[in-house]
Ligand binder design. Structure first.
Ligand code: SAM
Length: 273
């Protein structure tokens, strides 16, 4: 019987984000295939585990995929991890999973951290439809072309970016999407985690003023249309909530919050009628 290939997500900064299941699978498998053995050795030391490690990265993936698929076919179980986050998401592993699925070897995902999804969930930008573009091209003209090509897509765009290119990329976003709201998520799950929100020009101004730009960045651009503003008169909006069984005071509070008003402003607007 063939062994199982597990795709194990690992933390993107905070070691507490490793799931119980991921820790168990890493302890149970025969071999761990990883990007950088030194990086994975640190994670295993944290878990007090000693396992054979096999490096698989973009330069040796073809040979390693065949070799690991043969071990799986012979009944060994293997966990694939990357340096951080979910393997295959802007990380190696595609050839290995492809080889395993072609050979009928069971492939089991062990879900967990992923910078793109963590950033999206806290971005404050629309999440109903999104496009993950990995890393944008390093060359400015190609980067702009790609950003332009994505204009018709009604989805929030998500990209990974290196610290030394973030300002250049933000300049291109200013040019392509001057009106759009963006979020830059830096150092997710780490001590210096932060979110910069605004237009690309606002975020660029804030970042460019810093003496140094460090850390890991995920950037998001909101393109989907905003939900239509509620333009009904206040009394009508409150009455609609009351009709659904919401207490009047609660309905007033809700409408105030939804419209960015204080309760006092809503109350005095109603009194004027
Ligand atoms: N597979 C990983 C995942 O699931 O998120 C991503 C690997 S990709 C090679 C690394 C890039 O992801 C970084 O250059 C950065 O753009 C983004 N990234 C990774 N960790 C991050 C973090 N803690 N905060 C913000 N972005 C992060």
């Amino acid at each position: 019987m063939p062994g199982t290939l597990y795709i194990v997500a690992t933390p993107i900064g905070n070691l507490e984000d490793l799931t119980f299941r991921a820790a168990r699978i890493l302890a149970e498998v025969d071999v761990i295939a990883c990007e950088d053995t030194r990086q994975t050795a640190k994670l295993l030391a944290h878990l007090s585990l000693h396992k054979p490690l096999v490096a698989i990265h973009e330069h040796n993936e073809r040979e390693r995929a065949a070799e690991l698929a043969a071990r799986l076919a012979a009944g060994k179980s293997i966990a694939l991890v990357s340096d951080a986050g979910t393997p295959l998401i802007s990380d190696p592993g595609y050839r290995l999973i492809h080889a395993a699925t072609e050979a009928g070897i069971p492939v089991v995902p062990i879900p967990g951290p992923c910078a793109a999804i963590a950033a999206l969930s806290a971005s404050g930008l629309p999440t109903d439809a999104f496009y993950f573009g990995g890393f944008l091209p390093a060359k400015a003209n190609q980067r702009r072309k790609q950003l332009e090509a994505l204009k018709p897509l009604p989805a929030t765009l998500i990209f990974y970016e290196a610290p030394h290119r973030i300002l250049d990329t933000l300049e291109d976003i200013c040019a392509c999407y001057p009106e759009c709201r963006i979020t830059v998520a830096r150092e997710l799950t780490k001590v210096h985690e932060e979110f910069l929100r605004g237009t690309a020009a606002e975020v660029l101004t804030e970042l460019a003023a810093r003496p140094a730009i460090k850390g890991e960045f995920t950037l998001l651009i909101a393109k989907a249309a905003e939900p239509a503003a509620d333009e009904r008169p206040l009394e009508e909006a409150i009455a609609a909530l009351e009709a659904q069984g919401v207490e009047r005071m609660e309905a007033m509070k809700l409408v105030a919050r939804l419209r960015g008003l204080s309760k006092r402003e809503v109350y005095s607007a109603l009194m004027k009628k």
